[in-house]
Design a protein around this ligand. Structure first.
Ligand code: HEM
Length: 213
């Protein structure tokens, strides 16, 4: 399947670029997140920048580890030889998801957009945990196909931040909607897209497999 391998390679390349971008921009170029925090002035819950920034660094660090470890397990062949590594790396992914979720839980009450954004982030936190746990339960019961599918669903959620900023950029910069409203729409748009996209991918690849028989 040449087309499938090419897609995997392109996807892996784009993920690596995004991971490096997220690390460099958030931890080195704008470690104080001044522009992002400026949108929180006058919000219901006052942000304590010192603690918020520390939690945000942990959040970004483990988000990048989750993206890297998830990517390795999804694109690598799970042969007998690699099984131990796959399992160990899988645990690295799960621990990272838990830490991203916990840090997100701290930041959610201060989210740009107030209560409505906070609710969206908390909903996503619960969904991400439930989806990831479902994937683990499947592999423990040796249901490999279902495990892979639920891991794809879990991994999709790693792209939340990328999609929120993409939506926000399009709505705010291109259409002129206020930053905060664009961010709220971006958050819910990202959640919807990240839940639907894996199902679309499963259907398309099923159809392609059927056509190849
Ligand atoms: C895995 C990839 C992720 C990366 C690279 C990432 C990165 C970031 C960054 C850099 C921020 C600071 C604000 C900004 O510039 O956007 C942030 C904020 C936040 N993230 Fe994540 N994040 C990821 C996934 C998630 C997920 C899956 C959730 C929820 C389940 C989440 C919840 C939050 C919350 C609640 C905030 C605070 C938002 C606000 O203050 O408005 N993040 N994230």
């Amino acid at each position: 399947m040449v087309w499938r391998q090419s897609i995997y390679k392109l996807f892996a390349f784009l993920c690596v670029i995004y991971i490096l971008y997220a690390l460099v921009i958030n931890l080195f170029v704008h470690p104080g997140a001044e522009a992002f925090l400026s949108h929180k002035i006058g919000s219901e819950h006052e942000v304590k920048p010192g603690i918020w920034l520390k939690v945000m660094s942990i959040h970004v660090g483990f988000a990048c580890i989750a993206m890297a470890s998830g990517l390795i397990n999804l694109v690598s062949r799970n042969s007998e030889k690699h099984r131990r590594f796959h399992r160990l790396n899988g645990y690295v992914y799960v621990v990272s998801v838990v830490l991203v979720d916990l840090s997100s839980g701290y930041m959610a009450p201060f989210a740009t957009g107030g209560k409505i954004s906070s609710m969206g982030f908390n909903l996503l936190n619960m969904l991400w945990m439930a989806i990831t746990v479902t994937a683990i339960v499947h592999v423990r019961k040796k249901r490999i196909v279902q495990h892979r599918r639920w891991m794809v669903r879990s991994y999709a959620i790693c792209f939340t931040n990328l999609l929120i900023h993409l939506f926000t950029f399009l709505l705010h910069k291109m259409i002129g909607i206020t930053y905060v409203t664009s961010y709220i729409i971006g958050l819910y748009g990202a959640i919807a897209l990240l839940l639907v996209l894996p199902e679309v991918i499963f259907r398309v690849s099923k159809r392609k497999k059927r056509a190849a028989v």
